[in-house]
Write a protein of this length. Structure first.
Ligand code: ADP
Length: 324
């Protein structure tokens, strides 16, 4: 790409210089002819005196105008070519990224849909074949099957929610105690990821936020689950809720996990986007979570920021409006 661009610009510059040279040569020969004609017509005694005549001034003005035209047109053409290449390139990149996302979507959705179904089927087949299973094995298998159905339900819910967010999602706003939602959710996530330690640090006497219970719960669940998923084997999750200003509450969720590289921080909010590292691929996911989180936060007139945690991991900071 860059060598072609450099060649184009070089060739373009070269043609411009040649054209300028050609106009100069034509101008010089016109001046010479004019000098001879004026001497023959005895308007001047010697060709050197030509510079004092009006005809010469006109010729020079015409020459300068031609030079300006050549340079001006060269600049405009170069800008047009560069602009066309830039927009063409940006379009191609967009297409490639859309195709990549589509591929990610198909791969992860297919995997995420197929593996719980296969798991449940296997468990049902075991029950069918071995009618006299010991009670504790029965218990274990049915718990696993229930977990798989939960996984499927969560995936289907995420898919439906992300489709709704593009069309008809309407918030049902009410005064909500963010601290209560966090306490409930943290407990569920800690049960789902038994190694995870979730520490809540909540400022006392916080006013309620104005939020949609389902949406805010989904935001918190997604962020806590990601924090646990991407900080294996010993997730340490720090949750902090405090008053940001008179108008907003700040929620911070920080983990000690693999972190998100700086060049991926702008991308992870895209639908179906997953960081392309081996660490991420080893975890289950669809790339829908952060897309949903950001959409929901922004619909609440809030905002979300992603930073590096110290010494390692990620930190998500969300600002949500206080209820009136
Ligand atoms: P996924 O279903 O893949 O978890 P998300 O939309 O929730 O999808 O996240 C998008 C990507 O951002 C993930 O695939 C992962 O690479 C990265 N990511 C999200 N949260 C974290 C985190 N807490 N730590 C490290 N990486 C994260």
């Amino acid at each position: 790409m860059y060598p072609i661009l450099a060649y184009l610009l070089f060739a373009f510059g070269w043609w411009t210089v040649l054209l300028l040279d050609r106009t100069r040569e034509t101008h010089e020969s016109k001046v010479e002819q004019l000098g001879m004609r004026l001497v023959i017509e005895r308007k001047i005694a010697h060709p050197n005196e030509i510079e004092t005549t009006a005809a010469y001034t006109t010729l020079v003005a015409e020459f300068e105008r031609q030079q300006r035209m050549v340079v001006g047109e060269a600049v405009i053409l170069a800008i047009t070519i560069l602009g066309a290449i830039y927009f063409g390139y940006a379009n191609v990149r967009q297409e490639v990224s859309a195709t990549q996302q589509q591929r990610n979507f198909l791969l992860s959705i297919t995997h995420e849909l197929k593996s719980p179904i296969a798991g449940i089927r296997l468990i049902l087949e075991t029950f069918q074949k071995r009618k006299q299973l010991p009670a504790e094995i029965q218990e274990k298998l049915s718990t696993n099957a229930l977990k798989e159905t939960d996984r499927l339900t969560a995936l289907v819910n995420d898919l439906l929610l992300s489709a709704k967010l593009e069309t008809s999602y309407v918030l049902n706003l009410e005064p909500l105690r963010l601290q209560e939602i966090l306490q409930e959710t943290a407990e569920k996530v800690a049960n789902k990821y038994p190694g995870a330690k979730i520490h809540l640090d909540i400022e006392p006497d916080l006013p309620p936020i104005s939020g949609d219970r389902m949406a805010i719960t989904s935001v918190v669940v997604n962020l806590l689950e990601n924090a646990a998923k991407y900080s294996q084997p010993t997730p340490q999750i720090e949750v902090n809720i405090r008053r940001g200003s008179r108008l907003e509450i700040l929620l911070t969720i920080a983990d000690n996990g693999i972190g998100i590289p700086d060049n991926e921080k702008g991308q992870v909010w895209k639908k179906f986007y997953r960081v392309g590292s081996e660490d991420t691929r080893q975890t289950k996911g669809t790339g829908l979570g952060l897309y949903i989180v950001r959409q929901l936060v922004e619909r609440h007139q809030g905002h979300i920021e992603l930073q590096n945690n110290v010494p390692k991991g990620s930190r998500f900071i969300i600002a949500l409006p206080i209820a009136n």
